[in-house]
Design a protein around this ligand. Sequence first.
Ligand SMILES: C[S@@+](CC[C@H](N)C(=O)[O-])C[C@H]1O[C@@H](n2cnc3c(N)ncnc32)[C@H](O)[C@@H]1O
Length: 335
Amino acid sequence: MQLPTPLRRSIEEELSACDGGKLRAASARLSECYRGGAAPAALPSPEQRAAYLAVRLPANFAAVAEALRWTHQACSDEIGSVLDLGSGPGTALWAAVQEFPSIQSITGCERDPHFIDAARRLAAHADQPALRAAAWIQGDLTTAIPEGSWDLVVCSYALNELREAQRAEFTRKAWARTAKLLVFIEPGTKQGFANILAVRTRLLAEGATLAAPCPNALACPMARNEDWCHFPARVERTADHRRLKDATLGHEDEKFSYIAFSRSEIQQNADARIVRHPRVFSGYTQLTLCLEGEIANTAVTRSKKEDWRRLKRLGWGDEWRAATPAGSDSPHREP
Ligand SMILES: C[S@@+](CC[C@H](N)C(=O)[O-])C[C@H]1O[C@@H](n2cnc3c(N)ncnc32)[C@H](O)[C@@H]1O
């Protein structure tokens, strides 16, 4: 996944205004924090915020873009407006306008005024007039979510920055602002998934309809197996990104957990989701599926021509229509 060109160029411009040595040190500290499983509480210096743009924004953008793509596959709602809660430099809004070009009205809500300034500078270069005209509201998510209603409400990598005791009320308010779709994206860690699972339980109790990734509203089999549901997003590294991370590979894989809810009924296209990388063997591919409240393995053999062809375009995270004919191709459940 590549960043949109205007976003990539404006990040380069932000980085070029920083002291190289300080930027490198800030990037190393930031990456270390994320490797340790915790986002830093604040990014007070310009170099720390620039480091975020260089090494975290691309990963979050890729994760949100994938989550929105899968959400869009599950629901065909026309999206005209979006609210981003904990918008930082506006990462999720760039992904939202890419997935839903029909968006005309954009609001970001963020407590850090420096991030709002950065979001404004980046958005000024966007191709989409809606992003250039976005409204940026400075506010605390725990006390002052903007009043109103938006077709899409998104909260990307911010839920984990709220205290546990604040999350239930915040989730309820986010749903109250949602006219059509609400999407949470969190790091693909056990803790990130635990946050997503808690949102799932709360909003199902409020009557929300699950849109993705769960194929149904049955009890989560990942949680039962003490596993965590997460997905990959491949991020293409820019030259700055590689340099600041001392990396040689041209890409990295960001792991994320997400959940999307709809206000309307969903016509499920599929009854299962692929929850691991498919494993390719001679003559067959093994899929691990979330299916009917279980984690199930199934083999798709070359002899099943249509499924075999379909599988070429699919991977971890995609929906799957589980044809379950009798015999060896029938999914078998993990204990
Ligand atoms: C890890 S950053 C994610 C930013 C952006 N959503 C992204 O995906 O790149 C988390 C953001 O949430 C904001 N945030 C955390 N707690 C907040 C609160 N109580 N009110 C408003 N914003 C908050 C932080 O300032 C930060 O910009």
